[in-house]
Design a protein around this ligand. Structure first.
Ligand code: ATP
Length: 261
């Protein structure tokens, strides 16, 4: 069971954003994607989620070809995503934003809702319990009545992750979810993602925070100039001289730290 991109290439005018890139998001594992600015991370993410169409190559989920499946229908196939810049109406509250995630799988008809039938009440109660649980997990319970527009960007990102989890995805793809979070919040996020993976969800995370990625991921894909530099276990990636130059500013065999070029 996996979400897979194989040999994907895509150009924007004269720019080769991706050239023959592959990645596999396996059920129950956390796959990281790192690389310098402009290396193609977001483009790969967009190809997996249907927001960009590869010029060549294949994207599939659990063996089903996704090339003709638009972004909004990929949610129905169990693929949820977050955005680098979260997309919320700033007037909705934290509670409402997370509750939205439950709606697609539990929507009641208009008439049933208007009549407030017992099963509608039971469903509302389940959604309420689910929202409360997610807000607790992400340390957002005290902000449940706060409007999104009043939150820090870091917390808006957490709300977005909580909303995506509310959709009960089989694959969860996160675009820089830790940007703007404090250390404690990053740990909390990492714990939640690990827990999710332990429940069988496949997680892909694009993230600039190298330490977080090393700590969290089972495998890490390193992109450079739209090509795969490396796709391996964290220990191997952390020891790779090219990666160390990019992220740590020094090579494995150098004692002295030197500035990255
Ligand atoms: N819609 C687009 N139109 C034109 N060029 C694009 C478009 N999207 C991406 N590119 C180019 O493709 C290359 C890869 O961009 P991409 O955003 O995927 O990189 P990235 O690794 O996510 O960068 P960052 O870390 O800054 O978000 C860059 O040269 C970028 O300018």
């Amino acid at each position: 069971m996996s979400l897979v991109a194989r040999d994907v290439s895509i150009r924007f005018g004269g720019v080769a954003a991706l050239s023959g890139v592959g990645v596999e998001v396996s059920a129950g594992a956390v796959q990281g994607v790192i690389g310098p600015n402009g290396s193609g991370k977001s483009t790969l993410f967009n190809c997996l989620t249907g927001f960009a169409r590869p010029d060549s190559g294949h994207v599939s989920v659990d063996g089903t070809d996704l090339s003709r499946v638009p972004a909004h229908r990929r949610i129905g196939l169990g693929i949820a995503r977050t955005f680098q810049t979260p997309r919320f109406d700033p007037r909705v509250t934290v509670w409402q934003a997370v509750a939205c995630g439950f709606s697609p799988v539990a929507s009641a008809g208009l008439l049933s809702s208007a009549l407030w039938l017992p099963w509608v009440r039971a469903r509302e109660r389940r959604v309420g319990e689910g929202v409360a649980r997610l807000l607790d997990r992400f340390g957002l319970a005290e902000e449940r009545h706060t409007q999104i527009g009043e939150l820090s960007l870091g917390h808006v990102r957490l709300v977005e992750v909580a909303r995506a989890m509310a959709m009960s995805p089989r694959y969860l793809l996160l675009d820089e979810p830790a940007a703007g979070l404090g250390e404690g919040e990053q740990r909390l996020l990492a714990d939640e993602l690990r827990r999710l993976a332990s429940e069988g969800v496949g997680v892909l995370i694009v993230e600039h925070n190298f330490d977080l990625v090393l700590d969290l991921c089972d495998r890490i894909l390193v992109l450079s100039g739209g090509r795969v530099l490396l796709d391996d276990h964290p220990g191997t990636v952390a020891a790779d001289e090219r990666v160390r130059r990019i992220y740590l500013g020094y090579a494995a065999d150098e004692d002295e730290e030197v500035p990255a070029s």
